[in-house]
Design a protein around this ligand. Sequence first.
Ligand code: GLU
Length: 378
Amino acid sequence: MSDLLKSTALKDGKRIVIKIGSALLVDAEQGAVHRKWLETLASDIADARARGQEIVVVTSGAIAVGRRYLDLPAGGLRLDEKQAAAACGNIRLAHAYQDVLGHHKITVAQILVTLEDSENRRRYINARNTIETLLKLGAVPLINENDSVATDEIRFGDNDRLAARVAAMISADTLVLFSDIDGLYTADPSKDKTAEFIPVVKTITPEIEAMAGGSASNVGSGGMTTKLAAAKIALNAGCRMVITKGERAHPVKALEEGAKATWFLPDATPKNARKQWISGSLKPVGRVMVDAGCVKALLAGKSLLPIGVKEVIGTFERGEAVQVIGPDGEIVARGLMAYGAEDAKKIVGVKSSDIEAMLGYQGRDVMIHRDDLVLDHD
Ligand code: GLU
């Protein structure tokens, strides 16, 4: 593992994804973009680029900005209102970034992505190639969720996980979450005086997850829980992640100069790109229930054979991601199915040598090949 991944110095990053939360960028009352602050961010980005660092920005705030121009009421919005607000807000956000970065002769290019784009391998690779090309051409990719076309079931809903998926997608080495909280505490510091700050996290243990439970930040869609989910995706991809307060002027510079922050550092060699993608899949489309013998075989590094399968649940095509569930109901692994749901259901419990007789064609011997399988504790 390279030393970079042990470092808590921002200047060591070569490819950095910066996530900007809504609360930082947009005035909650007025719905106006915090222009002065954004100018200081742009100047930091220009400095980072001048040092040779590649920067990708994942921005929130489209709904917060757009609702003002559409005169939508205060308080919670319906999904269709959010979709409309995002359509109106993304264009204004992009303008604001274009203006402030334009002063530094930096070109901005906007990409709006959906959860589906990151779950479908071909679209994932396409999005990755576009971002890579933009970086090669010297632009700053500006990314947000395409809320206008995403319904609730197929939304990330928070840009913390979206930013982590993007970081993994483009093999970034650093993910910065600028937030309204300065990092992770053992308990919610606003409620518990004994809460202690945690400067470095290497593994996201159940204890760490429990800490996040009570300390959700109240602005934007992402509380501490989505930030830890983001950290898992990032660490799995071998990307370090840092949470820090972003509201001060020149937030990137402040972080470079050692501002208070929680750094999440990967402690293992990243999985290959395909396995990373599988383990980061957020919406498996089906479940394969397996017996204890099968779990044992999987843990020993074997492929998943139809004979160890008890039941196949869900509707999916060949090549889609499913969860593998053990006899106690625990998620054992995730993987890409060698058969679509219809055929997979026909070969439940069947010996591999009998697959042809059951399906009328010679398919693969396995239901999930081990190259397409990631154990949950990998
Ligand atoms: N995609 C949403 C927006 O631009 C923000 C999601 C979030 O707050 O993380 O308004």
